[in-house]
Ligand binder design. Structure first.
Ligand code: TLP
Length: 345
């Protein structure tokens, strides 16, 4: 029987035995009362790693972004964000629906960055007719831009452009530790000039659940109220937070392996012919299907036991993660080669 190789996302990664053990033995309290020692420790360590004063633990990356956006803004204001950003593409318009915000998109460059000139041109000052722009949202690594790792200096420049006009900056750093590994700098260097940062434990770091919002202590206190309002206050959450502490110890250093695997996968796919893959900097391979139809490919791959997702009209995404070995990559390429025969190309 062929084993399933699941490359739909790094979110599919399963907690290891060691992580489950850490969870099973975690000390807990009631985190809404603020007395779960494991959550407190996770938040303190997260804040230190990201280089901010404080952090708050939330159930998901989507909630982390929404809590951050709500905490920075007031209804009726305008936020600027990339047209390929996760907040704009995949978060169901939460900023507009729950925050009463205008979401104004700027074109993302292929490397996930934005143009400084486009930011300056888009910023509006509040007056009788116009809403004021108050927040810029960035993303690093950039998911829809093929997991691009945006250099710290570029983030600095974008932050400076926003700060010059009084806007604050939120970084969706769901995969910021992948960016740090790819760029060879500490995560805190990348996030240095951002006012708030969210990152996920449940992706490359291999936890079953959880994200953190990091920022100044006063901001995080207000963020806690928004988390509660959204229903994200959890009780004996130390059971979950223990997975995060385990991941900081065991699963950060190894992220570079996932990046090597993604590069090997992209190189192999390129040689096969029907795909035009990116040159992945991190763990996300996006490949344009240049021969055959996307849905036929997804079905043929599934028959071979390889799971991937559609990422555009003729684009496929495959993500490497902690449960994908070097042998799995070779296996995937063999299976894709077999699928070539099944798809009319
Ligand atoms: N991304 C998921 C899908 O929603 C596309 C994935 O499989 O990549 N920011 C970024 C940059 C993300 O990629 C994601 C998840 C989130 C935020 C949201 O995180 P969750 O899924 O925990 O709400």
């Amino acid at each position: 029987m062929t084993t399933l190789i699941d490359l739909r996302s790094d979110t599919v990664s399963r907690p290891s035995d060691g992580m489950r053990q850490a969870m099973a033995t975690a000390e807990v309290g009631d985190d809404v009362f603020g007395d779960d020692p494991t959550v407190i420790e996770l938040e303190q360590r997260a804040a230190r790693l990201i280089g901010k004063e404080a952090a708050v633990y939330v159930p998901s990356g989507t909630m982390a972004n929404l809590v951050s956006v709500l905490t920075h803004t007031h209804p009726g204001e305008e936020i600027l964000l990339g047209d390929q950003s996760h907040i704009f593409q995949y978060e169901l318009g939460g900023a507009a629906r729950l925050g009463g915000l205008i979401t104004r998109t700027l074109t993302n460059n292929e490397d996930g960055s934005l143009e400084v000139a486009a930011i300056s041109a888009a910023i509006r000052t509040e007056n009788l007719h116009s809403p004021g722009s108050t927040l810029l949202c960035l993303e690093n690594t950039h998911n829809r831009c093929g997991g691009a790792a945006i250099p710290a200096e570029t983030i600095d420049e974008l932050c400076a452009a926003a700060h010059e006009h009084g806007l604050r900056v939120h970084l969706d750093g769901a995969r910021v530790f992948n960016a740090a590994a790819a760029l060879g700098v500490p995560a805190a260097r990348i996030t240095r000039d951002c006012d708030s940062v969210s990152f996920c434990l449940s992706k490359g770091l291999g936890c079953p659940v959880g994200s953190l919002v990091c920022g100044p202590a006063e901001f995080i206190e207000r963020a806690r109220r928004n988390r509660k309002m959204l229903g994200g206050g959890m009780r004996q959450a130390g059971i979950l937070a223990a997975a995060g502490l385990y991941a900081f110890e065991h699963n950060v250093e190894r992220l570079a392996e996932d990046h090597t695997h993604a590069r090997l996968l992209a190189d192999g796919l390129r040689e096969l012919g029907p795909f035009r893959p990116n040159h992945p900097q991190t763990n996300i391979v996006v490949a344009d299907v240049v021969r055959g139809n996307l849905n036929d490919w997804l079905a043929a791959l599934q028959r071979e036991g390889v799971l991937a997702v559609a990422f555009g009209a003729q684009r496929i995404r495959l993500v490497t993660h902690i449960n994908i070995s070097r042998e799995d990559v070779d296996d995937v390429l063999g299976r894709v080669q077999r699928a070539v025969g099944a798809v009319a190309v």
